[in-house]
Design a protein around this ligand. Structure first.
Ligand SMILES: [Zn+2]
Length: 358
């Protein structure tokens, strides 16, 4: 393979059979990580992609394959994820170059310090001669393990809403204020948080989390005057997600009204769901059946490079079972039999690509 590093720090290897057509297949995942990470998130997808190049030789794929090891997927250093894949998708906003890390180094300077040229980021974008992109990745959740399955095709990556709700009551003495005369912001927030959980449990595929709360004054002997709660809502269907957010806000208003609290909300994120390409996904599912595996489709609750690349070229994803559902942790692992399954699926997938382009 011929190897280069593009201006976003993505490591890219191109394999070209002698009589290759002009179209390319792109494979890959990310090679950056998080503090205290495991060994498989991202990098397993790159290792598998390299193995798929060997499989492509066996099935005499008439296309070139470019394997991309994406940089900066997690967003740990600059607080913004998918920097490498944004460049590959041609969606790199130049304003991102001004982002600073904890040491005050800008993204632009970090790229220059790596002896790369940020003015050439546009060159990293994929052009029209791409048949599609396939990313393999550990599931990072418990679904495949709970069903006793090795792999699944990802149908869509969920859309996500992130909001902050602020309940404001009146801080007062915890000993002298009778219960009936209180405006307790924390008690109101707590009532709402339990309704977030119960509402999400009733709706199919809906994930809703109140994961953070800041309370003022946060003292044991003072009734809370302010409680600020985060809300994270995800679903593969954007209308279902938005309707759920509206119902949860209506519930918060009802609770605040009943308790004499003021309610304010700010929205930090409203990101639509990203469906994967139907044809490539069908190839993956057919490849599972041809490998003697159960045909499994699922939704990804986490974002991936494929979600960004999908804005530029047809994209598909294959998940591998995560033992214990554990990821972003040193105990993260993968089963050898599941890696083998991903290779079987790869061979059968590439056979289908051969037929489709032949
Ligand atoms: Zn990852």
């Amino acid at each position: 393979m011929t190897v280069k590093t593009d201006a976003a720090g993505n490591l890219r290897g191109l394999w070209k059979p002698p009589d290759a057509e002009t179209k390319r297949l792109i494979l890959g995942s990310h090679i950056d990580s998080v503090p205290n990470a495991g060994a498989y998130d991202g990098v397993l997808g790159v290792a598998l992609a390299l193995e798929w190049v060997d499989l492509a030789r066996e099935v005499k794929l008439p296309l070139a394959i470019e394997v991309i090891a994406f940089s900066e997927e997690e967003g740990v250093r600059f607080g913004v994820p998918f920097i490498g894949s944004r460049a590959v998708a041609g969606r790199m906003d130049p304003a991102l170059l001004l982002l600073k890390d904890a040491g005050g180094v800008t993204l632009g300077d970090a790229i220059r310090d790596f002896r790369l040229d940020p003015s050439r980021l546009d060159d990293a974008a994929l052009d029209a001669d791409v048949l599609g992109f396939v990313e393999m990745h550990i599931e990072q959740g418990p679904v495949l393990e709970s069903e006793g399955l090795s792999v699944a095709a990802v149908e869509a990556i969920v859309g996500q809403s992130r909001l902050t709700l602020e309940f404001t009551g009146r801080a007062n003495h915890a000993g002298t204020t009778p219960m009936r005369l209180r405006h307790d912001a924390l008690a109101g927030a707590a009532e709402w948080i339990s309704s977030v959980e119960s509402m999400a449990r009733k709706a199919d595929g809906l994930i809703a989390t109140a994961g953070r709360i800041d309370v003022q004054p946060n003292a044991a002997n003072v009734i809370a005057g302010v409680a600020r709660v985060s809300l994270d809502v995800r679903h593969a269907d954007d209308l279902t997600r938005k309707t759920a957010v509206e119902s949860l806000l209506a519930e918060a208003r009802a609770i605040a009204g009943k308790r004499g609290l003021a309610l304010e909300r700010t929205q930090q994120m409203d990101q639509p769901a990203v469906p994967m390409d139907e044809r490539l996904t069908a190839f993956l599912v057919e490849a599972m059946a041809a490998s003697g595996l159960k045909e499994k489709r699922m939704i990804s609750g986490a974002g991936h490079d494929a979600m960004v690349v999908a804005s530029r070229v047809p994209a598909a994803m294959l998940f591998l079972r995560s033992p214990g559902g554990i990821s972003h942790h040193p105990d993260e692992t993968v089963r050898e039999e599941d890696v083998e399954a991903a290779l079987h699926v790869g061979g059968k997938f590439l056979e289908r690509v051969v037929t489709a382009v032949g």
